[in-house]
Design a binder for this molecule. Sequence first.
Ligand SMILES: [Zn+2]
Length: 273
Amino acid sequence: MLRICICILICLSILSCNKKKATQSQKKPEVEQIKVIKKKADTRIKFYLTFDDGPYHTTPNLIGVLKELNVKSSFFIIGSQVEFSPFFDSLFNAEKQISLFKVYNHTYTHAVTHGRIKKYYADPENVLADIQRNKDVIKTGGNITRLPGKNTWRVGVLRNKWDDKTKKLIDLLDSTKNNENIIGWDIEWTLKQSGDKNKVDSLFNLIYAIANKNNTEKKDIVMLSHDYLYRTPASLENLRYLVGRLKNELHCSFNWVEEMDGISAVDGGTNNK
Ligand SMILES: [Zn+2]
């Protein structure tokens, strides 16, 4: 009888223990689920991949990867670069024909023929003429320009940012009622990201932090990069990696700059012209 009682007690103890374990294992997924919900991606993020200073020798490899990733991209073109050689001219014309891409104005000279950036911006009428000259060369891009060497914004009432050196130009644009949209950037892909996947992760974390700020304006995130940075297989692979993370973890949409809130685009970077 005693043996039977001991057996019953052991069995009850095992059952109780299993029940406890089962309860714990049932709770675990709930905890993990909360984590997932907390980290749920913000689908309102509009991301803008922008590439400056082209066309360049590296442009074909870069556009090959962007086509493969199927992401809309914006290219800010230097007119003097287009006219540098028939090869660069053909690169530009080929790029312009691809419906996934839009091309915009990055001035004709990029301040090169006028020496230092400071001297360039000291003569706003010349900068305006440089913007206009580039429009005649690239024959597209509408009223959307990125200034050389300056993170300047002039997009309606939503984004306005300039320093003392570019203020004269902004005043000139205002006084002449020139409806030029000036596009800056929020983050930059530099040479470091081209060669180091860990730096790409750091960039992604920065994008994540911007996207999670309580500032709806920052749901538009513009990344500056340059065609010439994609000269190695590693740099192209790192670009694939970043875009993959932006798609899979943040569920970003990829857009052209003319689709940005506040832009009053006139004949944007339309292709096939
Ligand atoms: Zn530039």
